[in-house]
Design a protein around this ligand. Structure first.
Ligand code: ARG
Ligand code: ZN
Length: 873
């Protein structure tokens, strides 16, 4: 980047001057370059006037070799090329354009466009990667039919794939070729190709109308035994989308390819999804339960995009949440149906509150539909995805399941084959419900997390209970003042003595800054259960006493709110002790928490998964998120002391549960299904408490679990416990054994890196630097960067925030290196530094200084530039 990047604004949206009806591509792939021949059939956009403005095609890092307009080769004066575009003057309404460009996939470290991963060629085009492949109108509202021919060396690249159906293939000496045709019009961001020496696992699926679809997973040969779970997840997703949304798959073949070098999780290219191998490959001996569950949800996510994203796509990138928010909501509901609904909700809410709320409160806050950006890659955010999904969930709550389904049917029917906006989505919901959702749409345009302040009163004489609710939303960059929003507040009332439900869940609809809700016929002062199931992405404030929280934890009929009551109780107990610690006193912990948790452990009605969630303390990151000035060091000390104190008070039940569950695990064949996953989670959670007691028999049990378990979930938990306890020698032995066993598997080595990098006891900055010297580490591989630098800066908070600033310096130094290789990753990795305002003055200074140094880089990407500029203000 040589000049300041310009800001792109939603308000400036204009329909495309030209349309591309047909796109015919021919790729000649070689080891040191690729030639891309494009034949485009274009037309002046008939919706616009009949002038003929210049045609400006996007193109970045392309070497133009040939150009012809309507078969006539253009002379040097007849077109202009600059760093980002190709401009020429059409002479007719309808015309064809032929170009040939030369590119170098082997030197593409950005992993955007056409690049090499391991021994194969692959692509990533969303959002604006297609322009790195050929000159094009690289915008989602230009939809075209595609044919693609690829040619490559037969030996090295026996498999040649692109979107749609294969229509032809052949050989020419050492080389061979294949032609693919995608019958569905699509924007360029959904284009994909793959060439490599790949193993294929095949299956099939019969759709609801009886069509047979061939399912293929392509992986490197050594991963052939890690495909079953991905394939099973795909078939479940296809069935679920038929049953729950009435959506049928629309091609005869669906392909998934796993690649090791990938910026994100996966990509929904039409008929040819490309996955980060970490998000699709698994087998029990190598992969944890969390990996199995992540795979199930991401396979579903990408598959669901076939309707929510591909058949109906986005008009422009400001509408990104139209497809991402909706699709995350869809995959979350799918996972809830496949596993424990309550636990899935707990996980998602914990993640949202820790990370999205932080984003919403920081310098990078933006609405679900942003109004402007410099680099769209920076907007694949928690707000677009996770908060966007919460917005769709609220529509679901407000309309009810049945009307919501009618609305989604109407949306798909009205807009099939179109590129549309978030307004179109809401309009379909308005049509089927007859509701005016204008005010609701503030969720798309206002950034920030609303705060609900709830108070109540009871009138015994009138038998009347009143809830007073005030809402307000803090200012965010560019939005000093907010309007009141429409907020569904799911509420139940409990008898404060017996815990019986006196009013079942009712969705109160907030629309004003301040409102009162009156419940009549209430015989005694009730205890409210508020925001059940986390019915809106807000911060709730109600002055519960610890006794009331313990009571809700014991009695609430809403599983989510039972967990939430336990979390709030833990937060209160923690906060009191933190204040003591900060004042130089020894922190003391209210025994009410241990008492409440001991009841949970003894409860025979509760399943293990929920028990495990309830006894988990809020993460350090979340506890810090709640503080006005985050005190990392003291919070870490106090949280660890609280864990130890709970372990001491609950030792007996923890020991019993651990032993029983470990026995059970030994006696059962591993399966990644919800019941077992919950039991293993509780088993490993109890082990992590018990290890704090530093007793020999527990250490021996942990080592035995590490050595003997037949699955990665138990092994990795045991390893993490060794690494996170002051038993350095045993930890090092286990790490060495593990490394030896799994050195050849990069996905397992990612876990090996990350378990060390995440541990404050085990890894200071010096250790992180050592990990980066390990032969299995590569700064060019995003999974490795995330496993070491990501884990360090996001999970090893005490060391990342070390008093001497060395953690910040390490991250900034590596961000600088990354920015020269892969701007999407550098702009993401720098994120922990961007929240400098949250910390103590000295830390603020250190963090700012690192950001300012980065700003001075002689060459800086647009991605990183935007993040730095916004966070330094
Ligand atoms: N659409 C993909 C998904 O939902 C993500 C693509 C990310 N692309 C990017 N440039 N950040 O899962
Ligand atoms: Zn997506």
């Amino acid at each position: 980047m040589t000049h300041t990047p310009k800001t792109i604004r939603l308000a400036d949206y204009r329909a495309p001057d030209y349309l591309i009806h047909e796109t015919h591509l021919h790729f000649e792939l070689y080891d040191d370059h690729a030639l891309v021949h494009a034949h485009l059939v274009l037309e002046r956009n008939p919706q616009l006037d009949d002038s003929l403005p210049p045609l400006v095609l996007d193109g970045v890092k392309l070497e133009l070799k040939h150009i012809a307009l309507d078969d006539r080769v253009l002379g040097a004066g007849e077109y202009q090329v600059d760093e980002e575009s190709l401009r020429l003057q059409p002479e007719k309404n309808s015309f064809t354009l032929d170009t040939t460009v030369r590119i170098e996939p082997q030197n593409n470290t950005e992993l955007e466009g056409l690049y090499r991963s391991g021994g194969m060629f692959c692509t990533q085009c969303e959002a604006e990667g297609f322009r790195k492949i050929t000159y094009y109108l690289d915008r989602p509202d230009v939809m075209s039919s595609f044919t693609t021919t690829l040619s490559a060396d037969k030996q090295q690249y026996p498999v040649l794939l692109s979107n749609g159906n294969k229509i032809d293939e052949g050989e020419e000496g050492e080389r061979h070729w294949a032609s693919w045709e995608d019958p569905h019009k699509k924007p360029a961001y959904l284009f994909a190709l793959v060439a490599g020496d790949l193993w294929c696992v095949e299956d099939s699926f019969t759709t609801m109308s009886g069509r047979e679809v061939t399912l293929r997973m392509f992986v490197e040969p050594q991963n052939a035994d890690k495909c079953q779970h991905g394939m099973d997840s795909l078939k479940k997703s296809m069935r679920w989308d038929e049953e729950v949304y009435g959506r049928e798959y629309d091609l005869d073949i669906f392909m998934i390819v796993a690649v090791d070098d990938f910026n994100m999780g996966a990509m929904e290219n039409k008929g040819l999804n490309i996955f980060n191998s970490s998000c699709v490959l698994a087998k029990p001996e190598n992969s944890t339960d969390a990996a199995f569950q992540r795979i199930e949800s991401i396979v579903a996510h990408e598959y669901f995009h076939n309707w929510s994203g591909n058949r109906v796509t986005c008009r422009d990138w400001f509408q990104l949440s139209l497809k991402e928010g909706f699709t995350v909501f869809r995959d979350a509901e799918f996972s809830a149906d496949m596993n424990s609904r309550t636990v899935k909700r707990i996980e998602d809410v914990a993640y949202l509150r820790t990370h999205q709320f932080a984003e919403d409160a920081g310098p990078l806050a933006h609405p679900v539909r942003p109004a402007e950006y410099m680099e769209i890659s920076n907007f694949y955010t928690l707000t677009i995805y996770e908060k966007g999904a919460e917005v769709v969930r609220m529509l679901h709550t407000l309309l009810g399941a049945e009307l919501f389904r009618k609305g989604s049917d109407l949306y798909f029917e009205r807009h099939d084959g179109q590129a549309v906006t978030c307004d179109d989505f809401v309009a379909a919901m308005e049509s089927v419900s007859g509701r005016d959702l204008t005010r609701f749409k503030l969720w798309y345009s206002q950034a920030g997390t609303p705060v609900l302040q709830v108070s109540d009163s009871y009138d015994a004489e009138k038998q009347e209970y009143r809830l007073q609710v005030r809402q307000n939303c803090p200012p965010t960059p560019g939005q000093p003042v907010k309007e009141p929003m429409v907020i569904p507040l799911a509420t139940g009332l409990l008898d404060a003595v017996t815990g019986e439900e006196v009013r079942g869940t009712q969705v109160l609809e907030l629309t004003e800054a301040s409102q009162e809700f009156i419940f009549t016929g209430i015989a005694s002062q009730p205890l409210p259960s508020l925001l059940r199931g986390f019915s809106a992405p807000v911060r709730l404030e109600y002055a519960y006493s610890r006794e009331q929280l313990a009571f809700l934890l014991a009695h609430d009929s809403d599983g989510f709110n039972r967990w939430e009551a336990g979390q709030q109780l833990a937060i209160q107990v923690f906060s009191e002790a933190l204040t003591q610690q900060q004042n130089g006193q020894t922190p003391a912990f209210d025994p009410q928490l241990a008492q409440a948790l001991s009841k949970v452990l003894a409860d025979t009605q509760l399943d293990e998964a929920l028990k495990a969630e309830i006894i988990s303390l809020p993460s350090l990151a979340y506890l810090l998120e709640l503080q006005t000035e985050a005190d990392v060091a003291n919070s870490h000390v106090v949280r660890e002391a609280l864990r130890l104190s709970l372990a001491q008070q609950l030792e007996q039940p923890l020991r019993e549960i651990y032993q029983q569950l470990r026995e059970q695990a030994r006696a059962t064949d591993y399966r990644p299904e919800a019941g077992q996953i919950g039991r293993r989670r509780l088993q490993n959670m109890t082990l992590s408490y018990l290890m704090l007691l530093e007793q020999d028999d527990i250490l021996a049990a942990c080592i035995a679990q590490f050595e003997q378990a037949d699955n990665m979930t138990e092994r990795m938990a045991a390893l993490a416990n060794l690494v996170n306890n002051p038993v350095r020698e045993q930890a090092e032995q286990a790490l060495a054994a593990f490394e030896q066993e799994f050195a050849v598997d990069p996905l397992v080595m990612d876990q090996w890196f990350s378990v060390q990098a995440s541990s404050p006891l085990f890894s200071d900055t010096a250790q992180i630097r050592q990990l980066m010297q390990h032969p299995a580490f590569s700064i060019k591989n995003p999974n490795k960067v995330r496993a070491v630098l990501g884990a360090f800066s996001q999970h090893n908070l005490p060391q990342f925030h070390a008093a001497d600033g060395s953690g910040y310096a390490l991250l900034a130094e590596q961000v600088a290196v990354l920015d020269g290789l892969n701007p999407q990753i550098s702009a993401r990795m720098v994120n922990p530094l961007t929240r400098w305002q949250r910390y103590q003055p000295r830390q603020q200074q250190q963090m700012r200084a690192e950001l300012e140094k980065l700003q001075q880089l002689p060459k800086i990407s647009r991605d990183l530039f935007e993040v730095l500029e916004k966070s330094l203000g």
